[in-house]
Design a protein around this ligand. Structure first.
Ligand code: NAX
Length: 331
């Protein structure tokens, strides 16, 4: 039998946490034959709720779940973890300045970076979900210098999956037949959902989405804004932000990273930018990636038209500004 993998979920008493931990315990994230030990961290005001989640995990009698650590102690939470999914953070409340929210999250991600660096298992893979996801991941990277930069990522897979979902609905095809959309840049409304290289599997082979949709106005307009604004639409409908889709996307992200992407398929991940596609280097930017042997590689050589170029630059600029704001919170 395989050794259990230790998976940390921070903010585990929150709504994404509540959807995510059962998925992990069922093998959705790491495979149906991979035992797991869940480490759940939250803050003291949520300790009782966190303990309730632990009780439910016991009650669910998941065969793959070999242990549960539920704690408000960041060192205990981080000790020995192989995968860390960072969902905990400080939400933006009405009337709060951007800088105040940034400052709260900078201090959270700085201290959690120290704990992970000192106590996580070697080669721990980190996924930041909490907003501002890209910049929280960058802070984590800066303050955990011994963790390789390639091990620190942020979630844009939800946006990627939303784009697949929109194409599938528009063309009335199975979502599993649509692939190779791209989310570029920031996980914010400045992100650029790009369909220029996306395809659909049809009975007569793979066809470009642009050939099948035949509605450039929709692809260049409503499609993009729908994906960019989908989070707000969910809040409007549910009076709560996306949770099951975010949890599912976090599982997709880690699963593909650890177990690999299918041949000919790429996915979107926020990763430490090397300046590929003239994106700003030194920020966490979402790119198309393939994964093999537990490592991601940015897909190179895709043509970027003028329309796309502007959008890649715009979201990159926002990330550079966020980085500056985050650094100004440090001093
Ligand atoms: P909730 O407010 O339900 O849960 C957040 C949890 O984090 C709470 O239980 C809170 O006590 C805990 N927490 C706060 N500070 C903490 C700390 N220092 N250490 C550990 N835990 C801490 O929010 P939820 O709806 O679960 O969303 C979580 C985060 O995901 C938010 O930042 C949200 O903006 C972000 N999202 C990111 C998405 C993405 O695609 N990257 C999509 C969904 C989501 O909006």
């Amino acid at each position: 039998a395989k050794e259990p993998v230790r998976v940390l979920v921070t903010g585990a008493a929150g709504q994404i946490g509540y959807a995510l931990v059962p998925m992990i315990a069922r093998g959705v994230m790491l495979g149906a034959d991979q035992p797991v030990i869940l480490h759940m961290l939250d803050i003291p005001p949520a300790a009782e709720a966190l303990n309730g989640v632990k009780m439910e995990l016991v009650d669910a009698a998941f065969p793959l779940l070999k242990g549960v650590v539920a704690t408000t102690d960041v060192v205990e939470a981080c000790t020995g973890v192989n995968v860390a999914v960072m969902v905990g953070g400080f939400p933006r409340k009405e009337g709060m300045e951007r800088k105040d929210v940034m400052s709260k999250n900078v201090s959270i991600y700085k201290s959690q970076a120290f704990a992970l660096e000192q106590h996580a298992a070697p080669n721990c893979k980190v996924l930041v979900v909490a907003n501002p996801a890209n910049t929280n991941a960058l802070i984590l990277k800066e303050f955990a210098p011994s963790i390789p930069a390639k091990n620190i990522t942020c979630l844009t897979r939800l946006d990627h999956n939303r784009a697949l979902g929109q194409i599938s609905e528009k063309l009335n095809v199975q979502v599993s037949d649509v692939k190779n959309v791209i989310i570029w840049g920031n996980h914010s409304s400045s992100q650029y959902p790009d369909v220029n290289h996306a395809t659909v599997m049809t009975p007569s082979g793979e066809k470009p989405v642009r050939k099948l949709v035949k509605d450039d106005a929709w692809l260049n307009g409503e499609f993009i804004t729908t994906v960019q604004q989908r989070g707000a639409a969910i809040i409007k409908a549910r009076k709560l932000s996306s949770a099951l889709s975010a949890a599912s996307a976090a599982c997709d992200h880690i699963r593909d990273w650890v177990l690999g992407t299918p041949e000919g398929t790429w996915v979107s991940m926020g990763v430490y930018s090397d300046g590929s596609y003239n994106a700003p280097a030194g920020v966490i930017y979402s790119f198309p990636v393939t994964c093999k042997n537990g490592e991601w590689t940015i897909v190179q050589g895709l043509a970027i038209d003028e329309f796309s170029r502007k959008k890649l630059d715009l979201t990159g600029q926002e990330l550079t500004e966020e980085k500056e704001l985050a650094y100004s919170c440090l001093s």
